[in-house]
Design a protein around this ligand. Sequence first.
Ligand code: IPD
Ligand code: CA
Ligand code: CA
Ligand code: CA
Length: 266
Amino acid sequence: MARSALLNVMVQAALKAGKSLSRDFGEVQNLQVSVKGPGDFVSQADLKAQKIIRDELMKARPTYGFLGEEGDEIKGTDGAHRWIVDPLDGTTNFLHGIPLFAVSVALERNGEIVAGVTFNPATDELYTSERGGGAFLNDRRLRVASRRVLSDSVIGCGIPNLGRGSHGKFLVELRHAMGEAAGIRSLGSAALDLAYVAAGRFDGFWETGLSPWDVAAGILFVREAGGFVSDFDGGTDMLNTGEIICGNEHIQKALAEVVKRPIPTK
Ligand code: IPD
Ligand code: CA
Ligand code: CA
Ligand code: CA
């Protein structure tokens, strides 16, 4: 698997941030944590990881824009390119000692995601992709699962946290999905949920209320692994709508139909 120079820059940044996260994960009880809102935390580990990635990426491509979850946005003099970065996806897992979290870095060119890297330092799993070149987990090329019906499928979902106003809507989606799929799972990291779909571990995944940094790299992985991704209207404006429904062509279609069903009357 040959990586471009640009993808290598992204991989090096993600690995370096991953090292910092691994160290902090080892002494998570000593980290300073602030509360952004109900059920929404940010720690020193998130901030350190973002600084590492931002410095690495901006050193390599000083004219590109930068959008990261923890602020310090850069508009960039190059109007075409923008880095989209989640330095620690799954902060709540991380702070609870649950090894399901990841660094996620994507590159957007003229509004399209063209490269992505997601790295879980706790499991040493590195997902990479460049548009047109396939998606990989470490050195293994990925392919979405081939199951055709929901009743054979394991479906991932994102459960809205305390501060979200979408609990009722999610429970309706979940109820419909539970009635059709073989099993439902939730990892607590949207970046990993999408990587799991690309790797064929999950047959599909849906979530709403997401931010561009949660999903930018993962959307590319799923597509490059032969899968389909849409928002709830069937469009592909996921970075703006924050909605995701994905899987292979059969599961994506079936899941889209199921999670959009109206509230049952009885
Ligand atoms: C969160 C995770 C979670 C998703 C939330 C995200 P964070 O990101 O991806 O799975 O359900 O919507 O905000 O805050 O841990 O980077
Ligand atoms: Ca966060
Ligand atoms: Ca996130
Ligand atoms: Ca984050």
